[in-house]
Design a protein around this ligand. Sequence first.
Ligand code: ZN
Length: 302
Amino acid sequence: MALEASPADVVMLGIDGVRVLDAREVDGEIELPVETTTDRDWCRACGVRAHSKERPTVVVRDVTGFGRRGRLRWRKRRWRCPEPACPAGSWTEQHPALRPRMTMTERARKTACRRGGRDGQPVATVASEFGVGWHTIMRAVFDHGQPLVDDPTRTGGVRALGVDETSFLRAGPRRRTRFVTGLVDLDRARLLDVVDGRAGSAVAEWLGNRDHGWLAVVERVALDPYRGYYNALVGGLDAPEVVVDAFHVVRLGNTVVDEVRRRVQQQTTGPSRARRRPAVPHPPAAVDRPRTPLSARPPAAA
Ligand SMILES: [Zn+2]
C-alpha cells in the first residue's frame, strides 16, 4: 500500500512546510539553509497573485542534530502586490515554527522550557547548551511554561496536599534568609505552586484563591510541624486529616534523642571539654523570625 509522504527534504527537518536546501558545518555547528514549500501567494487586499521580491535571510537556533548545535538559515520570501493602486504593498512570509523576531525555532524554545522545567536544569546551563542568552531562554520558559502552569487539569483533583517551606535565598550581610512555601499534590508527586514567604497567611491566601469544588476534594494535608500552616490548612479546608510529614517527625525524634543523650552524658561525666572552653563570640547572624512549633496540644480557642 502506498502512503502519501512528504518529500525527503521536508521529512528530514521535521517542520511542516519547511524544506532543507543544503547542510553544512559552521563553527562546529550544523547549519541548514531552509525555505518554506509555499512558492506562491496572493494579495490579502485585492486577491491578485503576488510577485516574489528579494529573499532576506534570518538565522535561528534550532534543536541539536547529530550531537551538535543546530541552526537554520531561513531564506524568507518577500512578496509584493503587482497592482500599482493596491495599498497592500509588500509583505514577508510567516511560519508558525519560526516566529517573527524570535532567535530560536518554536520547537527549540519548547525543548529549552522542558530542560529548565521537567529536567530541572538552570537557565544558564540551558542557555549555554543552545548558545543563546539567559533572557532568550527565560522568555521561552515563560511562553511555553505558563500555559502548563495555568492548565486547570494539572492542579485539579488534589486529595492529599503537602505544604512545606524551602530556603529560597540564603542570608547575606544585608538580608535575611528568604523562604518560599511549596504546595504539592502528594498522590501525583507534583508541585502545584510556590508562594512567597513561610507564613500561614501565604497558605491561607493561596487556598482562598481556589474555588469551593477544588477545596472540597482535599481529604488529607501533610505539613511540617508549624502552627501557622496548621491554622491556615484547618481553617481553609473542610476538616482535613492532618499529618506531619515523615521527614520532620524523624528529625524531631532525632533532636529529642540527642538532647536526652547530651543531658545524661553531662549528668554522668560533667560538661564536655568543648563546654569548658570560653565561648568565641559570633557576630549576630541575620536570621528569620522564630516559628511557632506545632505541639501535640490542640490550638487554644481564639
Ligand atoms: Zn493587492
